[in-house]
Design a protein around this ligand. Structure first.
Ligand code: SF4
Ligand code: SF4
Length: 211
């Protein structure tokens, strides 16, 4: 290689490095397209999701008849319901209602079965944050261990079935699943409290009136 070729190669390498650095530095002055999740969002994430988003399942136990239609309709056996006879009241009760959200494919078949043939006690929430150290923490337990829940007797006119608040049942069930991981549970509670506070701040009546 003669000297002129040698100098040409060095100059080419230097130009290439400078071009690359120019592209890199130009990003320092551009508006970022991505956002830091979740602390840079101006609204709770659940409000930014599409209207028909299917998140964690929840069961409103006070309107669950224990009919097991949801359990039977699940193609991959995520739902486990145990019916137990209360020895004192001599009545059928529920001793377990677990949903394995780690296995669930969010198909919604259980929700459809309950909505069309029963009381609509099971439904999807808009919650989705499931990162956890153990798959066991994703088995949501809607009945606390050792408790027997009476079966709901649905009225003939199903439009009279009360509809509860959307979301807290899944949170409670998840808390029960995570009782052996207090550190993660504390983090989740802090996150839920912040999310609730953000929702209260966003309601029109929470804003100071204009004078
Ligand atoms: S009422 Fe709904 S949630 Fe309860 S067992 Fe029947 S189908 Fe499942
Ligand atoms: S959403 Fe589908 S997979 Fe999940 S529990 Fe219901 S029926 Fe089973």
């Amino acid at each position: 290689m003669d000297l002129s070729q040698y100098v040409k190669s060095i100059s080419h390498a230097a130009n290439t490095i400078l071009e690359g650095m120019a592209v890199t530095f130009s990003h320092l002055f551009r508006e970022p397209i991505t956002v830091q999740y979740p602390d840079k969002l101006d609204r709770p994430m659940s409000e930014l999701l599409p209207a028909r988003y299917r998140g964690f399942l929840e069961v409103q136990m006070d309107i669950c008849t224990g009919c097991k239609r949801c359990e039977k309709s699940c193609p991959i056996d995520c739902i486990a319901i145990d019916l137990v006879k209360d020895p004192v009241a001599k009545k059928q009760t529920m001793g377990r209602f677990d949903i394995d959200m780690g296995k669930c494919m969010y198909c919604g078949l259980c929700v459809e079965a309950c909505k069309h043939e029963s009381t609509g006690a099971i439904r999807h929430t808009r919650e989705f944050e499931a990162a956890s150290a153990s798959l066991d923490h994703l088995t949501f337990r809607f009945i606390p261990e050792g408790t027997l829940v009476p079966l709901y007797k649905a009225p003939k006119d199903l439009s009279e079935v009360p509809v509860g608040q959307y979301g807290p049942h899944a949170r409670e069930a998840r808390e029960r699943a995570m009782r052996d991981n207090p550190a993660r549970l504390k983090e989740l509670r802090t996150f839920w409290a912040a999310e609730r506070a953000a929702k209260i701040d966003a309601t029109p009546e929470a804003k100071p009136a204009k004078t």
